[in-house]
Design a protein around this ligand. Structure first.
Ligand SMILES: [Zn+2]
Length: 326
């Protein structure tokens, strides 16, 4: 017995603990099972380098890859009343919130920011699925209103990245109220004649698809994202029929006229730049003439002044390009 507890068990533990170390450096693709090197994966925006599967991308990482040189300013969102219903399931709602905040290092399920993409100023909002399933509560409602108000104030387009399991049940009817509230916010943009572009990411479901996520002037989705109101399992159980393959996935919705585009994450920034410039009546982007997306780690600080130095020249180029076409 002593031999087992004193020799065998520590040996086994040491073998397994040694195996745990690489787990911090590698992650496994949930689709094809390939082991991917962390750094390589994050440089590829969390898209599997083997099969192209799009894994979740947190709002902060997304914004770093979206805005010119990865520079953006966060927009403050008014803090709503915490736990208005004193809700409790297995856990108290404030305890769930505390756990989500510790786990994600974010204060809530949506991040709002302003900055430039391809030198066009925009406002962007992104939902965080890792924060309580990206659920739409009063905070998310406030965030979308803050984003729309800022866009109207600065006359900028709004780009929204959705990812949600639906409404936040811990806020009951108050979470459902965010559907009309956010719809009014979108309407504010339409009345101000400003573009509202939605990028649907995996998964966008429930009350979110019944409001702001489906009201874009342009509806883009990432490949193979689940986009639905009620999920496929619920529908199959209700109608007792097998659903077609790829049902409620991006490509299927594109084929059936629910979306305008399905765009891989690696091409998303360029595509958004083109669309935003087109809708804002600016000249199309000139290839090789735009600021880099995410600045390299080592050059982040150096990149900013460079971009500013380049800016006046490039504007000159754009004007001449416009002249050529005219
Ligand atoms: Zn894969």
């Amino acid at each position: 017995m002593n031999w087992i507890t004193n020799y065998v068990r520590p040996r086994i533990n040491s073998i397994f603990s040694r195996r745990e170390t690489p787990e911090n450096l590698w992650s496994k693709c949930s689709e094809c099972g390939t082991m991917l090197f962390h750094r390589e994966l994050s440089e590829n925006l969390n898209v599997c380098t083997n099969c192209g599967h799009h894994m979740a991308l947190r709002p902060r990482e997304r914004f770093e890859a979206l805005f010119d040189n990865g520079i953006f300013t966060e927009i403050d969102v008014p803090e709503p009343l915490a736990d208005p219903l004193k809700f409790r399931d297995q856990k108290r709602y404030p305890d769930r919130m505390k756990a989500a905040r510790t786990q994600t290092a974010e204060s809530e399920a949506m991040l709002v920011a302003q900055g430039e993409i391809g030198r066009t100023p925009i406002v962007a909002a992104a939902q965080d699925f890792s924060f309580m399933g990206g659920s739409m509560g009063m905070y998310v409602g406030n965030a979308i209103i803050a984003a729309a108000e800022r866009a109207v104030q600065l006359k900028r387009p709004l780009i929204l990245f959705s990812a949600a399991g639906g409404a936040r049940m811990q806020e009951g009817i108050l979470s459902l109220m965010q559907m009309p509230r956010t719809t009014v916010a979108v309407q504010m943009l339409k009345e101000a004649n400003l573009p509202y572009i939605v990028v649907l990411t995996h998964p966008t479901t429930g009350g979110v698809t019944a409001s702001y996520a489906m009201l874009g002037d342009v509806q883009i989705a990432e490949p193979n994202a689940l986009i639905c109101f009620a999920g496929p399992r619920v529908i199959e159980q209700t109608i007792r029929e097998t659903l077609p393959e790829g049902f409620q996935r991006s490509e299927y919705l594109l084929d059936h006229g629910m979306l305008d585009r399905v765009t891989p994450r690696g091409e998303m920034r360029d595509e958004l730049i083109s669309i935003v410039r087109m809708l804002m009546g600016e000249t199309p982007p000139v290839k090789g003439d735009l600021p880099a997306p995410q600045a390299e780690d080592e050059t982040t600080e150096a990149a900013t002044p460079q971009a500013e130095e380049i800016a006046p020249d490039t504007q000159g180029d754009e004007t001449s390009a416009e002249g050529d076409r005219a």
